[in-house]
Design a binder for this molecule. Structure first.
Ligand code: HEC
Length: 128
């Protein structure tokens, strides 16, 4: 189980370190394909849902809070909440239902829809 997790985490790193500049279309299309989301919409939805009330998120207006961990360099992170390998599937799951992953977590279930979580995940993966 542990080695499977590490393998999954390592493959995330490989995907991101072999890709190029975040501003380049190839990186953006990779992020879109991987998440099924649109980073531009995700950036707006982060504000609509109020994620910035708890998180520091580069590029999002007013997102300087430190209630939860800063979501800086998100694409380089290996684990989500110290539990799940940082894959697109796991991230959308976490954004939608954090307490299902970690029952005692302080991050609430905010009723994020499937598509909205994909868009938000897409934005987070643009953060290198
Ligand atoms: C009430 C405060 C609060 C709000 C609002 C909130 N979060 Fe969180 N978030 C947290 C806390 C606290 C953690 C740490 C959870 C843990 O490790 O159990 C966390 C963890 C995370 C993580 C994993 C961070 C890491 O370092 O592994 C991500 C990604 C995340 N939140 C995204 C979001 C998104 C996207 C939204 C908006 C839909 C959001 N959060 C809204 C408090 C919040």
């Amino acid at each position: 189980m542990r080695s499977a997790l590490l393998l999954a985490a390592a493959s995330v790193i490989v995907v991101f370190t072999t890709s190029c500049d975040p501003a380049k279309p190839s990186y953006l299309s990779q992020v879109k394909r991987m998440t099924g989301g649109d980073p531009k919409l995700g950036r707006l939805k982060i504000r609509n849902y109020g994620c910035h009330a708890c998180h520091t998120i580069p590029g999002v207006t007013g997102a300087h809070a430190l209630v939860g961990p800063p979501l800086v360099h998100w694409s380089r992170r290996v684990f989500i909440a110290g539990e799940l390998p940082n894959t697109a599937e796991n991230l959308t799951k976490w954004i939608q239902h954090p307490p299902q992953v970690e029952p005692k977590t302080a991050m609430p279930d905010m009723g994020v829809t499937e598509q909205d979580s994909r868009d938000i995940a897409a934005y987070l993966y643009t953060l290198r």
